[in-house]
Design a protein. Structure first.
Ligand code: CO
Length: 506
């Protein structure tokens, strides 16, 4: 009899999780609508609706009723009465619950208020290119984030506690080691590229491209990749993003530039990579951690493996270049694939992270990681940020930052309290190269298939190895299970060496 009631508590626990998931889906539809369709005046009321809903979610999650169900499930797990899947659900919900319940309500409210205000102040400061306008807010945010780390608790660095939200269980120490190795390779490699006698002109890819035709081409690529339009949409927004309400309803957006079709194409493919992960989660696990992605770094590996490793390499263009030439006769008809390919991959250090190539992108991330880790550990002062930023830009990219807008103020992340987020972009690159090498061993003739426009085996490999597991494994176990090694920088370094060694004849 007692056992029966315990079983019921597990069922009830899962039902409560599902209720939370329905609220989250409603929240995300409203958020998507805000970015894609909502008229300007809707901004304020929508912000209020979203704030109300997130308050409801928070309360429901931390309610004593939910806590009781979680405790009962934990007891059953301790007695070994749960299946491995049920245990993983309890493990992950408990992680989130414990972190959230350690944050005092007053603190959460203050962080929400400060970051909401800071967003507008940051936008203003960037417009005027004046860090001093943003300084008091950033100081406050760093202070609050250090408090958050204290509340959450940590062993070595307070940065670990912040990183944990985005890349569960990763530490500042291990990421520092991996990124330092990468930096030791990238800085001299970039110098070699810059002094190479091979001159590449990316301007040959510019033209006048009808946006309608760009959309058609993007859709064709998505269909080939296996993005399901029955379970997803592609729309337009200022900043491209992916949002999933359910594995059967995954929305992506892109943006368009009349003169540069690769501006939209690479974002479209990037977001579709994220979307395939979301569409690849099992619908039967919806509402539980088994129906959620494992970490931001692994999510980013899915976007980058498609955007860069697949779609910025030769096999992909062997199939798509003739189609591109057909669709956009001007200028591609007169450009051979041998001239097109290097132009698509030209390397040029610049100030702006989001416009960077595969090589310099990671230097932008290393710079941000070093700075935000030092800010949280308290070894540098917020006041000195523009100076420190400019020194690092010089050291890593060999450039003199012209102003704050193109330097320390360019990214939105810190204004929203997103400290610990940046390294997941480069982790995504590292995971993607490590996964792809394994896929090449597992999938016979993978690159011949890609060159024939066949992506099914590769997509299914990603799905089987990564997507369907949700959060069943931790990211570190997942990468070990799949590749037989811990995450490391070797595969990515080898990939860059080979590819850019050929392009720049090093
Ligand atoms: Co992404």
């Amino acid at each position: 009899m007692a056992k029966q009631s315990k079983k019921d508590s597990l069922i009830e626990f899962k039902e409560k999780l599902k209720e939370l998931a329905h609220l989250k889906s409603a929240f995300s539809v409203l958020h998507w609508d805000k970015e894609v369709y909502m008229p300007a005046q809707g901004n304020k009321p929508r912000a209020e609706t979203l704030a109300y809903l997130s308050g409801e979610l928070h309360q429901k999650f931390l309610s004593s009723k939910f806590k009781k169900l979680l405790e009962a499930s934990k007891d059953r797990m301790a007695k070994g009465e749960l299946t491995p899947e049920e245990s993983a659900i309890v493990r992950e919900v408990r992680r989130e619950f414990e972190r959230e319940s350690k944050m005092p309500l007053e603190f959460v409210k203050e962080l929400t208020r400060v970051t909401a205000e800071a967003h507008w102040v940051w936008a203003e400061a960037r417009k005027k290119s004046d860090f001093r306008i943003f300084l008091p807010y950033l100081k406050k945010i760093v202070e609050l984030k250090r408090k958050e780390a204290e509340f959450a608790g940590f062993k070595n660095s307070p940065y670990d506690a912040l990183l944990d939200v985005y890349e569960p269980c990763a530490t500042a120490e291990e990421i520092s080691v991996i990124l330092e190795e990468l930096k030791q390779f990238l800085v001299p490699f970039l110098k070699k590229i810059q002094t190479s006698s091979r001159q590449i002109n990316p301007q040959i890819l510019k033209g006048n491209f009808s946006i309608e035709k760009q959309k058609e081409f993007g859709k064709l690529v998505l269909e080939k990749m296996g993005f399901s339009f029955e379970a997803g949409r592609l729309d337009t927004s200022t900043h491209p993003f992916t949002i999933a309400h359910h594995p059967y309803d995954v929305r992506i957006t892109s943006r368009y530039d009349k003169n540069n079709l690769f501006y939209s194409l690479s974002s479209t493919i990037h977001e579709a990579g994220h979307a395939l992960y979301e569409q690849g989660l099992l619908a039967e696990n919806f509402g539980t951690p088994l129906g959620e992605s494992v970490s931001l770094g692994v999510h980013e590996s899915q976007s980058r493996v498609w955007e860069n490793i697949v779609a910025k390499n030769k096999p992909f263009w062997r199939y798509f270049y003739p189609i591109l030439q057909q669709k956009f006769k001007e200028p591609f008809q007169k450009i051979s694939i041998d001239d097109f390919y290097p132009a698509l991959n030209s390397v040029q250090p610049g100030f702006i992270r989001t416009e960077a190539d595969e090589i310099t992108y990671n230097l932008h991330i290393i710079l941000r990681f070093e700075i935000e880790k030092a800010l949280i550990e308290g070894t540098i002062a917020v006041e000195n940020l523009p100076l420190i930023w400019n020194e690092k830009v010089k050291e890593l990219l060999g450039l003199e930052a012209p102003n704050d807008a193109m330097g320390v103020l360019q990214d939105v992340h810190w204004s929203g309290g997103g400290i610990g987020y940046f390294p997941t972009y480069t982790l995504g690159n590292l995971y993607s190269a490590q996964f792809y090498e394994t896929a090449k061993r597992d999938v016979l003739n993978l690159e011949d298939e890609i060159a024939a426009g066949e992506f099914g085996h590769f997509r299914n490999w990603l799905r089987k190895k990564i997507h369907i597991h949700g959060k069943f494994y931790r990211a570190s176990d997942l990468v070990y299970n799949i590749t037989g090694e811990k995450l490391n920088s070797r595969y990515f370094i080898e990939y860059l060496k080979k590819k850019y060694g050929e392009i720049y004849e090093l």
